[in-house]
Every structure is written in C-alpha cells, then in structure tokens.
Design a protein around this ligand. Structure first.
Ligand SMILES: Nc1ncnc2c1ncn2[C@@H]1O[C@H](COP(=O)(O)OP(=O)(O)O)[C@@H](O)[C@H]1O
Ligand SMILES: [Mg+2]
Length: 570
C-alpha cells in the first residue's frame, strides 16, 4: 500500500489541502459512531428504565438529533471530498497517458493491442485513483472499529476478550480470500481488455466483416472472450461471496459465546441490561467497518495491478524529444546516405542512397514490398534510422527536433484518415484559417463542387473516418488539408490506389495542382502519372536498381519498362 501511495502522490499533491481536510474528518466521524453506540446504554438504562422521566427521554432524543446534525456536514465533506480527489486525480493521470500516446514511437503500436491501451486509460486509471480513497478506508475503518471495541471494552472487558479470541479467524479469512480474489480479478481485467480489443476491431471492420460473411466468426471470437471472462468472474465472485458469510459465521460463533457469558454476568449483577445492549450494539456496528476494511483491501489489490499496467505504459521510451535544433525552413536538399533499415527481422532497405534537390519531383516505383512506404516513414521519422543517415540541408535529421522535421512534410497516402467531425474541422484541425482560404483549398483539390452539394456545406459532419463520403471525395478532402498546411515537401504514397478509375483521375488532377510548386516524392501505382517527373527511382528488395526520367528509363529495356507495361495493362 505504501508503494501505491508513493506512486499516487504526484497526482494527489495538487489537492493536498482537500486531502488533508478529508483525512482530518476521519477522527470526528469515528468518534460520533462510537458515541452513538455508547448512547444505547443510556437509552435503555435511563430512557426506558422504570423510574425515568419524560425529560430524560426528550434529552436523549434531542441529543440524537444533534449528533445527526453534526454528522451530516462532516460526513458529506469527508466522502464528497474523497470522491472529488479521486475524480480529479483520474483526470490528470488520464491526461498524462493520453499525451504519452502521442509520444510513443510508431513501432510500439504495432506490438500492442488497441483494446489494452484503451482499457488502461479508461478503467485502470479509475481503479488506480480510487486507491487513495481505499487506502484511507484501510486506515479509517480500523480506527472506527477500534473506537467501537473501546466502547465494548468499557462496558465489559471480559466479554470483549471473547471477541478478541476470534480475531485470528477473521485475519486468516481476509488473507486467503483476498489472495484468491486478487488473482481472479487480475485475470478478469485482462479478459476485459481483450474484449475491448475485439469490439473495436469488429466495429472498425464492419464493412469487410459483412462483405466476407465473417459475422459468425466475429461473434464466436467475442463469445470465447466472454466465456473466459465469465469463468474468471465466477471464481472471483465465488471467493468474494464465500468470504462474507464466512465472516458472518465467525461473527455468530463469537456472538454465541458472548450470550452465554453475558447471561452469567447479568444474573450476577456485574452488567446492566442497557450495558449489555450497548455492548451488543457496539459489536454489531463493529462488523460494518470490518466488512468495509476487507472490501477496501480487495480494491487496493486491484489498484496494484492497475498501477503496474499504467506505469509500465508511462515508462515506455518515447520518441526523442530533446530540444534540438529547429528546422525552420527547407532550403536545399534531402539525402538518404547509406541507409540500411530493418523493422526487427529481415533487412528492408539495403545501403540505400538518394539525393533530392529542393523543387524536384521524384517518383518511387517497384513491386509491392520493395520498401517504398518504408522510405516515406523514415523521412517522417516514424522509425529511427540506425545505420546510415538521412540529411536535410546537409544535417542529420536526428539533430533536428522531431516536430520541426515532420513540419517539412505533407503526407497524402492510401490510408485516408479523417476525423468524425465537420469538413471545416477536418481541414483546419485546430489551426485558424479564413473561409476564403478554406474554399480556395477546396477549389484547388476539386472538392468545392461536392462540398457545396452536401446538406450543410463545409459544416457537414462526415461520419467515422469519412464514411459519408466516397473514397475519392474523402481523398480530395485530405488533399485540401495538405494544401492548407502548406508544407515544403509533399509525400504521396499510392494516394489514388484505393479509388475507382473515375475518382482516380480527378484525385490525380488535384494532386498535380497542389504539387505544382512543391518538392514532391510520390509513390505511384499507375506509372504514367510520373511521366513528367524529374526522376524516377526503381526499387527492388530495398535497393535502387534504376534511376532516371520516364523516357530514359523506357529506353533501358529494364525493370521500369516491365513495370510500366504491367501498369498500362491494368
Ligand atoms: N511496420 C512494419 N513492421 C514490420 N515489417 C514491415 C512493416 N512495414 C513494412 N514491413 C515490411 O517491410 C517491407 C517493405 O514494405 P513497404 O515499405 O511497405 O513496401 P512498399 O511500400 O514498397 O510496398 C515488406 O517486406 C514489409 O513486409
Ligand atoms: Mg507501400
């Protein structure tokens, strides 16, 4: 628990005043509980005793109301304060994790399941923050319990000793059931993460799932995950529900002992009936904090597991963010120098060299898997180059700050990414642009026509990843976005390959207009679109095998000619 508190400390610290206040309220609250138990004696001995007056009863009644009134604000501020601290610290941990998501290297995401990451930020954070409340309970409930035992002890210490005799049984029960619960709850948490993953896959792939009739397969996958979760929950539920009646059984045994002894003590006059009832009340009330303690203890165990996942994620090495040189503007050239690259196993680029001058338009062609997209990813520094170097204006890109390198490039690729928001939001993405600039961008990318026809023009919401637009329309929106961003170098990675012939033509025309005064590196699947490019690089198995303008390469009768004829046939 101390380790957990240490981890939580930075998130609680901003609210330390509220926290101290809430913790401070623990003591008066415990005292009120104990005093209420103590009062039971007076109620019986004075309030209801043979010679008691109305005034005695009235005074007791007033006292009870006064206690209730004092209890109200104390209890409110204690519990409300705790909840606020939990919610506020959840908020700041979530913010931290979400920012971390933006800093994690691309490679990390290909090793992780999305569902696990989602469940870490959504539910682990909550379980973790509640640990603050629970650690407090782990301290508060014993204080309450001890105060109540104190009352019982005051009334009759010998009877109280009987209760103490059963204490080891309670401790053993808590220890073993706690261990079992922890184990299965941990498993259930993992199962839930897996289910989140399956659900997000199923929702993302609806079209393909329907088209291939994979519904049954996808349902079975989900059912399997559900079964696993159910079996682990069954075990943790059973362990938890065993523990409650077990605790009650031990309680009854203790109570049975108390009744037997109390009978003797009352008949011998050592204990009044009111004293006995107060004693019993204290004991009955004593069980409540014990139960809360055991629950809080179980939750702390869950929080431990959640903290492990959260801090493992926060500890993942980030993309390098040191404050290096800013790349203010791109002036001269981009160069790959002896770059050899691998994603882990198998070399993808082999001793690759290429220099691109500012203003040049360079095409990359080659069979699928030859490394074209990898070159583009490396330019964007999505993966670190470990052998050889990439230079911009003669300086290794690793010496520039990461965001400033990425700002040189504008990417339009076959993965069309749009937010489920209005066209305006998708174009501006938080930047300020005038309506004129926006409509100019839409004009340039041949998008004005269809945007005008949408029910709400540029304010129309386009659905998840642009489902309410055709592929060609979505792509023209991303081209307009790239145009607005006005980056020095445009990267086109098979931007038209997912489109039908008709949209392909118009998107191609849009790309050419947007690219007219820019440096361009384009991967094209239709080679005729590269006819006017300054240079075409032909790639095979991660190496450059031919290089030159279109017409020159055709005369070479080599790989390019073959690829060109292949692309003409399709
Ligand atoms: N994220 C990745 N992790 C591991 N291997 C990858 C990854 N991306 C691409 N590859 C591999 O790298 C090689 C080159 O891929 P890529 O650059 O996408 O080729 P191209 O764009 O020319 O079709 C392929 O063999 C591919 O399997
Ligand atoms: Mg590719």
């Amino acid at each position: 628990m101390l380790k957990l508190l240490k981890l939580m400390f930075p998130y609680i610290r901003p609210f330390w005043k509220e926290a101290l206040f809430a913790i401070g309220l623990t003591f008066p609250l415990a005292a009120i509980k104990a005093y209420e138990a103590y009062l039971v004696k007076d109620i019986f001995d004075k309030g209801f005793a043979a010679g008691s007056s109305f005034a005695d009863a009235r005074n007791l009644a007033l006292l009870l109301i006064a206690l209730g009134m004092i209890n109200y604000p104390l209890r409110y501020f204690h519990y409300f304060g705790l909840r606020q601290i939990v919610d506020k610290s959840t908020r700041s941990i979530r913010a931290k994790i979400y920012e971390k998501f933006q800093l994690l290297p691309t490679g990390y995401y290909s090793q992780q399941k999305q569902g696990t990451l989602i469940s870490t930020i959504m539910s682990d954070t909550m379980v973790f923050s509640e640990a603050f409340k629970n650690s407090l309970e782990v301290v508060r409930e014993p204080i309450t319990a001890i105060s109540l035992l104190g009352v019982a002890f005051y009334h009759d210490w010998q009877l109280t000793l009987i209760i103490f005799a059963t204490a080891p049984l309670f401790i053993i029960t808590f220890y073993y059931t706690g261990k079992r619960i922890r184990r299965y709850v941990g498993m259930a948490q993992r199962d839930t993460a897996e289910m989140t993953h399956i659900v997000s896959e199923a929702l993302g792939g609806q079209k393909i799932i329907k088209a291939f009739g994979l519904n049954d397969y996808i349902i079975q996958r989900f059912e399997k995950a559900q079964d696993l979760l159910l079996s682990h929950r069954t075990k943790s539920n059973s362990a938890e529900e065993h523990s409650h009646p077990l605790v009650e059984l031990i309680g009854s045994i203790a109570f049975a002992g108390v009744i037997i002894f109390a009978h003797q003590r009352i008949s011998s006059g050592a204990l009044t009936t009111g004293g006995f009832i107060s004693f019993v009340a204290a004991l009955a009330m004593f069980m409540d904090p014990v139960r809360r303690f055991s629950k809080a203890n179980a939750k702390l165990n869950q929080a431990q597991a959640a903290a492990t996942r959260i801090f493992a994620l926060l500890d993942v090495k980030e993309e390098p963010q040191e404050n290096l040189k800013e790349l203010i503007s791109f002036n001269d050239s981009i160069e790959f120098k002896n770059v050899t690259f691998s994603y882990g196993e198998g070399v993808v680029l082999k001793d690759f060299n290429l220099k691109i001058q500012k203003g040049e338009k360079v095409g990359l062609v080659g069979l699928s898997g030859s490394g074209k997209s990898t070159l583009i990813s490396l330019l964007l520094r999505l993966y670190p180059v470990t052998q050889g170097e990439i230079l911009i204006d003669g300086v290794n890109v690793n010496d520039y700050s990461l965001p400033s390198v990425r700002k040189v490039f504008g990417l339009v690729s076959q993965d069309i990414f749009l937010f489920n928001d209005s066209i305006r939001e998708n174009l501006t993405t938080g930047d300020l642009h005038t309506n004129e600039e926006i409509s100019h961008a839409l004009d340039i990318s041949y998008a004005s026509e269809f945007v005008k026809d949408l029910p709400r023009g540029i304010e129309t919401s386009i659905g998840d990843r642009g489902v309410r637009l055709s592929g060609g329309q979505s792509q023209r929106i991303t081209i307009a976005r790239a145009f607005l961003k006005d980056r020095d170098v445009l990267l086109f990675d098979e931007a038209t390959s997912a489109l039908d012939n008709e949209s392909e033509k118009i998107v191609q025309a849009a790309l050419e207009r947007v690219a007219s005064h820019k440096t361009v590196i384009a991967v094209a699947h239709r080679l005729s679109t590269l006819k006017d490019f300054n240079r075409i690089i032909v790639m095979k198995d991660g190496a450059k095998i031919e290089e030159g303008p279109h017409d020159f390469l055709l005369t070479q009768n080599g790989e390019y000619k073959k690829l060109f004829e292949l692309s003409q046939r399709n």
